[in-house]
Design a protein around this ligand. Sequence first.
Ligand SMILES: Cc1ncc(COP(=O)(O)O)c(C=O)c1O
Length: 400
Amino acid sequence: MEHQPVSDVIEKSNEYVLGTYIRAPFVLDRGAGMWLFDTEGRAYLDFGAGISVNNLGHCDPGVVAAVTDQVARLSHTCNLYHTAPQADLAEALCCSGFADKVYFANSGAEAIEAAIKFARKYALVTHGPGKTGIVAFHGAFHGRTAGALALTPKERYQAPFRPLMPGATYAPFNDRDAALSAIGPETCAVFVEPVQGEGGIHPADPAFLRALRDACDATGALLVFDEIQCGVGRTGTLWAYEQTGVVPDLLTAAKALGGGLPIGATLLTDRVAAALEPGDHGSTFAGGPVVCRAALAVLEHINDPAFLAHVREMGALLTERLHAIQSPCIRAVRGLGLMIGVELDIEVAPLIASGWRHGVLMLNAGTHVLRLLPPLIVEPDHIERLVSALEAMLWEIDAV
Ligand SMILES: Cc1ncc(COP(=O)(O)O)c(C=O)c1O
């Protein structure tokens, strides 16, 4: 495809694409491994992975081969028919952890919507009407659709869209006592991220998750882990919950699972699945053969002990190198595996913009946390490059 001038693309995009995003002032054209290239040939080292999506980097050969083969064979059937890629992916997901069944969706928010409906139906069938409350946590992000938004207690996101789905209440994250008083007989589910992403990269304390598990068991509520951002190898185990010793009733996955194609998945136990029947939920596109082949290639690559050991090793190295940066702006470095937040005492937006000029792509989590989510194939030389660039950027800011 011939390149259009950058200003033409940006102008066209600003004119015709609804402005719900502030975008970088360049046009991306292609990707390879850890690198993205713009239409003018500039290279960017990717430490955002499309917000925890490109966990195998850009254009992973295994994903490309699987998708290319499948798209030429059969790209869509709808869910009225069986396909082998969907059955294989469901089996792989169930064999990867606690779940017995999978519901496929097309995005993270949709996986959350499904989990909300499944929890409500389970409560109705098992306990009768009235058990409809859902507890979520301050700092949580579960998505932008109506139900998910009700579980995302950020005023800026919720205010224009009230009234929201009723029944949601919020408790402080990692505060055991407050959570226990929020969970009661009316609660049908507790939604929690094992590592809060958008909220600033905050790992949940395993004792906090254990307390949630016990409170759910005591009240008949379901425990839902949202691993949309922290799952699929990001924290150094396939699922972050494996490091906590606490097992959920449902788990939502999306983002990295599709290897760059859109997918969502809600994993559940047979106990919950028994409450659901044909017609309770559905989607035309979900679990299509192309995205399922991509996801199978992703899982095969990532769910390998040597690969996950690499993630842990690189996560430890990146954390150590970030701690070593001498800058009065850095307040804290925290995270799990390759899900790392650098809390600063300055706003991170100018730093991210400075990264574009230095050829590195980084993300924010709120206004003061720099969020680093590199593809999991990152190597020490990429880490050195990122850290040197960050040191230079912070030095430029400190010098002003
Ligand atoms: C933890 C978490 N849950 C849900 C979502 C929503 O996913 P999506 O943007 O695919 O709808 C996100 C997206 O950032 C997320 O990080």
